[in-house]
Design a protein around this ligand. Structure first.
Ligand SMILES: [Zn+2]
Length: 100
């Protein structure tokens, strides 16, 4: 069984100890510019998340995005309550009519 503290280098298939540089790749390491790019690697220009920096005003952002109403109204409108009461009365009346 393989040592749990080692892994197989994806570049040269050597067994490498965790935390150490790959001895196979360290020998023949080329400059990054000349090295062929792997399919999962991306350009340096794609690095970073381009997130807003520290002076980001969250309240201003919320006001712009949600029109100054940061919180959604919770609950139901008054006419749904009336509809619910009417339906409850109708069902109660209907139940009594079936029983009689
Ligand atoms: Zn390697």
């Amino acid at each position: 069984m393989a040592d749990p503290l080692t892994y197989i280098c994806p570049f040269c298939d050597r067994e490498v100890r965790v935390g150490k540089p790959c001895p196979g790749c360290a020998k023949k390491s080329k400059p990054a510019a000349t090295r062929k790019k792997r399919s999962w690697e991306q350009d340096k220009s794609c690095d970073g998340l381009d997130l807003p920096d520290e002076d980001f005003d969250y309240d201003d952002f919320v006001a712009r995005e949600f029109g100054g109403k940061p919180h959604r109204q919770i609950g139901v409108k008054w006419y749904w309550w009336i509809l619910g009461v009417i339906l409850l009365i109708l069902m109660t009346v209907g139940a009594f009519r079936v029983c009689l």
